[in-house]
Design a protein around this ligand. Structure first.
Ligand code: ADP
Length: 265
C-alpha cells in the first residue's frame, strides 16, 4: 500500500490571500497518478494539504489555541468555515482525479478523528480498509477536528500521513512538495542550502525556520518531525519535488529520482 501526499504548496497558490487552486499542477499530477495505476496495479491512499484554502480561516479564528466560554460560538463558526474551505479544495481535487477515471472517495479527518492536545488519539480506519479492499482510492486532507483538551484543533496532512502509515501498515510513503527535499536550511531563502539525500535527525538542520508562508501547521520542520517519528518505527518516507513533471509518476513506480529519504540512522 502506498500513501501519496501532495502538499498544499503544489495544489494551491499558497501565498495568496484568496483560496486559489493550481489547476495546471492538479491536472498534471492527476494524470501522472492515472498513468502509474494503469502501469501497475497498486493500493493507494492520497493525502493532500489544506494550502491557501484552510490556512487563512484556521489562522483567523486561531483554531487550536485556548479560548474562553464566551468565545465558543465564534470558534465553532471558525471550525465550520475551515472545514468547509478544505472540503471545497478536496472537491476540486477529487473532480480532477475522477476526470482521470480514478475511483477516489473522500474520508475527511473531521468525520472520524479526534485529537488530544493536537495529536490523534481516536480514529477508526475500518472504512479505509473496506474501500481499499474494494479497489477505491481513499483521499483525506488537512482538516479541523474535535480535540479532547482544546475542544478543536487543526490536523495537518503530515500528521495524517504519520497516523495512516502506522495504522494501515504502508509499504511506501511519498510526499510531494515544492522543493527537491530537505536542506540544512530553507532553499528558497538561502542559496547556499545543502541538500540531504538521507535525513535522520533534526540536528542536521541549521535553523528551525519552518516555512516561507502562511502555513499554520509547521512547514518543512513540522513535516520532518512527523516523518522522523515514522522512521523510528522503521517506516521510511521520501520527500520529492512534485513541481517537476513526472516526479510523482516516477516515485509511484519506485524509479530513481532526486528526493530526500527520511530514515533511521
Ligand atoms: P507543503 O505545503 O508542500 O506540505 P510546506 O510549504 O509546508 O509544504 O513546506 C515546504 C516549504 O518548506 C518549502 O517550500 C521550503 O521553502 C520550506 N523549507 C523551510 N525549511 C526548509 C528546509 N530546511 N529544507 C527544505 N525546505 C524548507
Amino acid at each position: 500500500m502506498i500513501i501519496l501526499k501532495i502538499g498544499g504548496s503544489i495544489l494551491t497558490k499558497k501565498d495568496s490571500i484568496e483560496s486559489e487552486i493550481d489547476e495546471g499542477n492538479l491536472k498534471r499530477i492527476a494524470s501522472e497518478i492515472k498513468s502509474s495505476i494503469d502501469n501497475s496495479k497498486k493500493d493507494l491512499v492520497i493525502v493532500h494539504g489544506a494550502g491557501s484554502f484552510g490556512h487563512p480561516p484556521a489562522k483567523k479564528y486561531k483554531i487550536g489555541e485556548p479560548f474562553s466560554k464566551e468565545e465558543y460560538p465564534e470558534k465553532r463558526i471558525g471550525f465550520a468555515k475551515t472545514q468547509n474551505a478544505v472540503k471545497k479544495l478536496n472537491m476540486l481535487i477529487c473532480d480532477a482525479l475522477i476526470k482521470e477515471d480514478l475511483p477516489v472517495v473522500a474520508i475527511p479527518a473531521s468525520s472520524f478523528i479526534t485529537t488530544t492536545n493536537k495529536r490523534v488519539s481516536e480514529g477508526n480506519l475500518d472504512r479505509f480498509n473496506k474501500f481499499l479492499e474494494k479497489g477505491y482510492i481513499p483521499i483525506i486532507y488537512g482538516d479541523v477536528v474535535l480535540d479532547n483538551e482544546l475542544e478543536m484543533a487543526v490536523i495537518s496532512g503530515d500528521q495524517i500521513i504519520q497516523y495512516l502509515a502506522i495504522n494501515l501498515k504502508a509499504d511506501q510513503v511519498i510526499l510531494g512538495t515544492d522543493v527537491d527535499g530537505v536542506y540544512n536550511k530553507n532553499p528558497k531563502t538561502h542559496e547556499d542550502a545543502v541538500f540531504f539525500e538521507r535525513f535522520s535527525s533534526l540536528d542536521d538542520l541549521d535553523t528551525l525556520e519552518g516555512t516561507t508562508n502562511v502555513d499554520v501547521t509547521g512547514g518543512m520542520v513540522g513535516k520532518i518531525k512527523e516523518l522522523l517519528y515514522l522512521a523510528d518505527l522503521g517506516i521510511e518516507s521520501k520527500i520529492i519535488n512534485a513541481d517537476i513533471e513526472n516526479n510523482v509518476y516516477k516515485a509511484l513506480e519506485n524509479e530513481e529520482l532526486k528526493g530526500t529519504i527520511i530514515s533511521k540512522n
